[in-house]
Design a protein around this ligand. Structure first.
Ligand code: FAD
Ligand code: NAP
Length: 509
């Protein structure tokens, strides 16, 4: 069995993760967009004031740089001079100043999540913190915790064995109810990475294999006993002496928020128009990846734009809205479908729109905080979607209609500007005709004169008129997704209408 010390320092280039809670964007001055920042970083200007030198920074020195016009921040042991970045920070200067002159790692992890600061701020790097003892990452269980009576029973472990043709890595998750959505495996160029999701923790097996294996592999899951087998095919029929060299995070159990995002390259296989500005992108996962995106979870796409890594979240959905609900529509596991609105001045979506069929893009493992148990025994499900905020509703709608026996009503209240902005309108109307439990109501904020439907914006009055329980005190869930102010206003309206926190779920990053 391989045995390595716990990860001491996150790998350079590791992505930051999403944390709970939406972030409010602050309007930026003209000329202060992400693209403008990228241009400035490429201009050759000395952004640190150190003429390209890297220095060791003491805590005292760091603390001196705590003003807007002279602001240094430490993230994971590296110190950045963020003064030139102030006006470009989407969260506003005040947010950035909260970490001025200090170690901003925790704050960064809470708020900035998936932003790749190493790439964005590389021209602002001042140097490394001096003499700072590096604590174990916060999410890692301490030895005492791991060995403690209750933890010992639940800490996963792994083993491996071989035949002439195969290498089988077995992970004993010690958790019932394991399923394919909780197992993410990538095996490329001799690097095996098997991640098991255990509620808010993840267990990782990560090894540089001793010998080459073929690209495709099998994953077997014994649900009841929580055993996961990754069966790799040897390229050469030789006996392996060891499984391989353990990588940095091998055999660790960490909080998911502490684990760097992992990306693999996916191929664009099709791009079809949904509306005048929205397209359905289909990406193919490599053969060497086993990954399924659970309901309500999003992935991050990463592209290099003008030499800088840019990351944005998107919510996978189904290729179409299924009309029959004996079982939830199950995807082949090889493709990821994303419905993406292309903004005319959007940095990321413009680059996405320029991808050609066959081009690669980096796609992260999924994350998000929706739990299927939230729809268990549900009687009424209300879905409040605005624009592409429709995307998380698709799998949810499909699952609820197929799996929740006591479900009486599912109502989608879909807010858009104009009627030609409505996504999958035909499919939604067909579903409403086919399944009497499902109803859809379109509400337009900028309707044409001949629009016969409802018009307006989200408000308590409108919601109370549109949302009727199937019976008094029915078990209800209201899911909401759209632009952040829409979601916040919706949640406030629901609270005003007397719905409890448990009865609401907001999809956010
Ligand atoms: P930017 O360069 O950031 O902005 C350019 C202009 O586009 C802005 O000035 C504004 O006019 C407009 N714009 C940009 N972002 C937004 C926004 N979020 N709301 C309203 N207007 C905006 N988008 C999808 O199309 N499909 C999805 O499935 C999807 N899933 C998401 C899941 C999560 C968890 C989150 C947080 C967001 C999701 N988004 C989705 C939005 C997506 O992440 C990007 O924000 C969006 O694609 C715009 O990126 P951009 O770089 O092109 O725009
Ligand atoms: P949009 O076309 O700009 O707007 C859709 C509808 O929402 C319109 O009726 C619009 O009315 C209304 N709306 C917008 N802002 C509002 C506000 N402040 N208060 C009340 N109503 C408001 O939407 P979009 O461009 O498709 O954007 C979709 C949003 O969903 C994006 O912000 C995206 O990030 C988000 N999204 C999030 C997730 C997730 O978190 N999981 C998933 C997918 C999408 P007006 O005419 O008044 O603007």
């Amino acid at each position: 069995m391989l045995n390595v010390p716990p990860q001491a320092f996150p790998a350079p280039g590791s992505q930051q993760r999403a944390a709970a809670g939406g972030r409010i964007k602050v309007p930026l001055k003209p000329g202060r967009s992400l693209m403008d920042w990228i241009r400035l970083t490429k201009s050759g200007k000395d952004l640190t004031g150190l003429k390209g030198r890297l220095i060791e920074v003491s805590e005292d020195e760091l603390a001196k740089h705590n003003k807007k016009e002279d602001c240094w921040i430490c993230i994971r042991g590296l110190v950045y001079n963020v003064t030139p970045y102030m006006e470009y920070h989407p969260g506003g200067e005040d947010e950035l100043m909260k970490a001025a002159g200090t170690d901003g790692t925790d704050l960064f992890d809470q708020v900035h999540r998936w932003v790749n600061y190493e790439s964005m701020l590389k021209e602002c790097l001042v140097g490394r913190m001096a003499f700072k003892p590096i604590a174990a990452p916060k999410g890692m269980l301490s030895e005492r915790e791991v060995l403690g009576a209750s933890a010992r029973d639940t800490t996963p472990s792994y083993d491996w064995f071989q035949t002439d043709d195969l290498i089988t890595v077995v992970i004993y998750t010690k958790q019932k109810g394991m399923n394919a959505e909780l197992v993410i495996v990538d095996c490329q160029h001799k690097r095996l990475r098997g991640e098991i999701i255990l509620d808010d923790h993840s267990y990782l097996v990560e090894v540089d294999l001793d010998h080459e294996v073929q690209d495709d592999f099998a994953v077997n899951i014994a649900e009841k006993v929580g055993k996961v087998e990754i069966i790799l095919k040897k390229k050469d029929h030789i006996q392996w002496k060891v499984l391989g060299l353990p990588l940095e995070s091998h055999n660790t159990l960490l909080r998911r928020t502490e684990r760097g995002l992992f990306y693999r390259k996916c191929k664009l296989v099709s791009k079809t128009e949904v509306t005048h500005d929205t397209k359905l992108f289909c990406f193919m996962l490599p053969k060497s990846t086993h990954l399924q995106v659970p309901i309500g979870q999003h992935v991050y796409l990463k592209q290099i734009i003008a030499g800088t890594e840019v990351v944005k979240p998107y919510t996978p959905l189904l290729p179409f809205l299924p009309l029959d609900f004996k079982e939830p529509f199950s995807q082949d596991g090889a493709h990821i479908y994303l419905m993406i609105k292309i903004y005319s001045c959007g940095l990321f979506t413009q680059a996405l729109d320029h991808l050609q069929i066959g081009d690669d893009i980096s796609v992260s493992s999924p994350e998000g905080n929706f739990k299927k148990s939230q729809v268990e025994a549900l009687e009424d499900l209300f879905l409040l979607a605005a624009g592409t905020g429709f995307t998380p509703m698709v799998k949810l709608l499909n699952f609820a209609l197929a799996k929740v026996d006591c479900l009486r009503t599912v109502k989608l209240i879909f807010f858009n500007k104009k009627d030609d902005d409505i996504l999958w309108r035909n499919q939604l109307e067909q579903l409403a005709l086919k399944d009497e439990r499902f109803e859809v109501q379109f509400i337009l904020s900028e309707p044409a004169e001949d629009w016969m439907g409802k018009r307006g914006k989200i408000s308590s009055a409108l919601l109370s008129e549109c949302m009727k329980r199937s019976k008094k005190d029915s078990k209800v869930l209201i899911c909401i997704c759209g632009p952040t102010p829409f979601t916040q206003q919706g949640l406030q309206c629901l609270e005003d209408l007397g719905y409890s926190q448990e009865e609401m779920h907001a999809f956010t990053a």
